[in-house]
Design a protein around this ligand. Structure first.
Ligand code: LLP
Length: 423
């Protein structure tokens, strides 16, 4: 639940800015973010993980990589988890120190690797034996030493949506735990490689501590095995994946209460579990949260174009489409949807759909909402993570603007596309 995006009387506010004014001034669809909410989420994580003696929080840029959001997050003291040369470039532009940046990804190009090496980022996270050899070669060619973490695949079920589950052995990610010792031995021998430690990322939107505990246990055993073989581990990166609540993000007596709300991870318990399993002398721990930091800080505002009644459905057609926000189309993801100005209206069950020529272009199916009409503005809640960053120009639609509200003051941090941008 966000405390920076909420109703005052019957109006939805993002910090001190009324959502309806923002929609009127900047047009819709429109992403709006609260800087305060990002700060609060980061501080919550930092506090919970402060029980670990050496810990780093690396923000996963893929969740939201608007440069102004990145500048805000780097100013809070976060490091950066990147997956491409483009993300390294953005991280550096936004003030993340090079030695706080890691590069992950199952298919890095030589160009990505060279960029990481020449920009002197902290570590490259290697996902296969062949990639390790390529990194060694590229580092030799550039006259550098690459610090390397090996991403292991611990074969742990993250118990999340199958499309965002990454830690099972049938997933393409990481080095199978049974083969990892041989690869670590090779890494500690190869020229121009400094083997630094272990990485694992088992999935996203994880709502229980147990999968993390299983991954940590698997890493602990592996680190001890390496130690026996004389290989020292200086860094352990447990990846991202901490889930958030998508239901009841805002509450109001005129809104339906959303049933079967998700559970969330108790952060102090997670920190304790990690501490118990992964406290090795002089070994740094890192985590790579994306969603946890930015999801709740964002809303997507959209205007209702039409109401359409069919024999057994009422469709609410809005001006945002799956190109602006893919999460429902990709994962049937649930996002609370609320009118930004509430009237005392009867509730009805509707499908909220976009204008794109795809049946999956929807934001909610058979959802209870207060009765709404053409011209009303809806807020799609908890849209700060994997919202704009997954957007596209499909159907030659113009990508929406993004606005950041900082100390109650809204400013555009990315203009909406123009028709010229399509050429
Ligand atoms: N580290 C690595 C190596 C990752 O692959 C990811 C996310 C993260 C960190 C950050 O995970 P987070 O803390 O945000 O869960 N588009 C999907 C999510 C894809 C996540 C991909 N990897 C969605 O909208 O749910």
């Amino acid at each position: 639940m966000t405390d920076q995006i909420k109703y005052q009387k019957n109006q939805l506010y993002i910090e001190g800015a009324p959502a309806s004014d923002l929609a009127g001034k900047y047009g819709t669809p429109l992403y709006v973010y609260s800087a305060n909410q990002i700060t609060k989420r980061f501080e919550t994580l930092k506090k919970a993980f402060s029980v670990l003696p050496k810990v780093k929080i690396l923000y996963a840029l893929k969740a939201n990589s608007n440069v102004e959001i990145l500048k805000h997050i780097s100013s809070l003291g976060a490091g950066a988890d990147t997956v491409s040369a483009g993300e390294i470039f953005l991280a550096l532009e936004s003030g993340f120190p090079p030695d706080s940046i890691s590069l992950a990804g199952v298919g890095k190009t030589d160009r990505d690797i060279d960029f990481a090496l020449t920009r002197k980022i902290n570590v490259i996270i290697v996902e296969s034996e062949e990639e390790l050899k390529v990194v060694s070669k590229r580092a030799a060619a550039l006259g550098r030493t690459a610090r390397v973490l090996l991403r292991i695949n611990p074969d742990v079920d993250a118990r999340t949506h199958p499309h965002i589950s990454t830690g099972l052995k049938e997933n393409k990610f990481g080095i199978n735990i049974d083969r990892a010792e041989d690869v670590a031995k090779l890494a500690s021998k190869l020229k121009n490689i400094e083997f630094t430690g272990i990485h694992s990322h088992i999935g996203s939107q994880i709502t229980e501590v147990e999968p993390f505990a299983e991954a940590a246990e698997s890493i602990r055993k592996f680190v001890l095995k390496l130690k026996k073989g004389g290989i020292r581990v200086k860094q352990i990166d447990l990846g991202g994946g901490i889930g958030v609540r998508y239901k009841n993000s805002v509450r109001h007596k005129l809104l339906p209460i959303e049933k079967n709300g998700e559970s969330t991870i108790d952060l102090p318990t997670l920190a304790k579990v990690i501490k118990e399993r992964l406290s090795f002398p002089n070994c740094e721990i890192a985590i790579e949260p994306g969603r946890f930091i930015v999801a709740e800080a964002g809303v997507l505002l959209t205007r209702i174009l039409y109401r359409k009644e069919s024999s057994d459905r009422t469709f609410i057609v809005v001006d945002a489409g799956m190109n602006d926000m893919m999460r429902h189309a990709l994962y049937s993801a649930y996002h609370q949807i609320v009118p930004v100005q509430l009237r005392d209206a009867k509730h009805e069950v509707v499908d909220v759909v976009g204008p794109v020529c795809e049946t999956t272009d929807a934001f909610a199916i058979q959802r209870r909402l207060p009765k709404v009409k053409r011209g009303d503005i809806l807020a799609i809640m908890t849209a700060g993570a994997y919202g704009f960053s997954l957007s596209s120009n499909y159907n030659s639609r113009l990508k929406p603007a993004e606005v950041l509200v900082e100390k109650d003051y809204p400013r555009v941090i990315r203009d909406a596309d123009t028709y010229e941008d399509l050429i």
